[in-house]
Design a protein around this ligand. Structure first.
Ligand code: MRU
Length: 341
């Protein structure tokens, strides 16, 4: 089943905060509920929050049938600003909103507009699946039979509409018959590795071992890792990668051990405008650190730092896997993607 689906009664999403214990579907009937789901991380992962924002705009348009064109456009602008304020780091969210906006600014007829926005959002979901499949195929060529592969956080089907980016590479290598063993760090504070990546790999029967985040040096030093493949929330034109907090440390360790380190992402994660210094790193609430699954583990009143992402400088990457192929240094992703959206 897909992470997100457009249905006649609203947008259906898998509630990722309940996994792996329960499979709960949330039916979002208005854009506000979908925006709240992004904030609460009921839906999370860069590619799928882009699709969710697009579907949110389509939902806002659908719910404003009967209003004048001017009123609809005003309402869509409001909805778009609301989505922009949910999570700042992943490029995909802003990319999706910009793509939807192109449709409404020039619209002349209210009912055509509603239909066009729905069609576009649904098409973006389909494109995401196609991109992940292509990323998987391109990345699988880098994986050898017998490889130990370290991934991080969840860059799987749950972070996308289906199949996944980094996990797409792993899935594709596995489906082509390569014998691989995947190492999955739990990914504190929110445990996307332990809860979501482990859930996906287990469901697919792909061999893996779950480790704590502080075991990465150990498994590299002991020769268990041949390649690292992670996802990305934003990749700047020159190839700096913003991804889940802890990615930078893993990349440094990979460099020290001579292990190839790849980021896998669709074009919707590529940012041709901002420099690495301009990217906003989301800071999240202290309770994510002071508690684990709602159980307090730190003393009351401690000060906490909780950045959700970090930057891996391009020098630490061996390549960037995209739906167009693998980009190698020196990166200029504007050349790689010049004919796309
Ligand atoms: O905070 P999250 O869970 O949304 O962070 C997700 C990640 O960092 C993923 O690695 C990234 O979005 C790529 S997913 C294909």
């Amino acid at each position: 089943m897909r992470t997100i689906e457009w249905k006649h009664d609203g947008v259906h999403i898998i509630d990722q905060t309940k996994l792996p214990g329960k499979l709960v579907i949330i039916k979002c009937k208005d854009y506000e509920r979908l925006a709240r789901a992004i904030e609460r991380m009921e839906i999370r992962g860069a590619p799928v929050i882009g699709v969710a924002a697009a579907m949110g705009i389509a939902l806002a348009a659908k719910n404003s049938r009967g209003r004048t064109l001017v009123e609809i456009k005003k309402y869509l602008s409001k909805a778009s600003e609301h989505f922009k304020a949910t999570r700042p780091t992943a490029r995909n969210l802003f990319w999706a909103l910009e793509r939807m906006k192109k449709l409404w600014v020039g619209a002349l007829d209210p009912s055509d507009l509603v239909n066009d926005l729905i069609k576009e959002a649904v098409e973006m979901a389909e494109e995401d699946v196609r991109s992940c499949k292509a990323i998987g195929k391109n990345g699988a060529m880098l994986i050898s039979d017998g490889d130990g592969i370290l991934t991080y956080c969840n860059a799987g089907g749950l972070a996308c509409v289906d199949y996944g980016t980094a996990l797409g590479v792993i899935r594709s290598a596995f489906e082509s018959g390569k014998k691989i063993l995947v190492y999955v760090p739990e990914t504190r504070p929110l445990l996307q590795g332990a809860r979501l990546t482990a859930f996906e790999l287990k469901s697919d029967g792909i061999p893996f071992k779950l480790i704590t985040d502080n075991m990465v040096g150990y498994i590299m030093q002991n020769g268990l890792v041949d390649k690292v493949v992670v996802g990305a929330d934003r990749i700047t034109r020159r190839g700096d990668v913003f991804n889940k907090i802890g990615t930078y440390g893993i990349a440094l360790m990979a460099k020290a051990h001579g292990i190839p380190f790849y980021a896998a992402a669709p074009y919707s994660s590529v940012d041709l405008s901002l420099t690495a210094e301009e990217v906003i790193i989301e800071k999240r609430k202290p309770e994510e650190i002071t508690h684990i699954t709602n159980v307090r583990i730190a003393p009351e009143g401690v000060e906490v730092l909780n950045p959700a992402f970090d930057r891996t400088p391009r020098e630490l990457l061996s390549g960037i896997i995209t739906e167009r192929g693998v980009a190698y240094p020196p990166y200029d992703l504007s050349i790689f993607f010049r004919k796309s959206h």
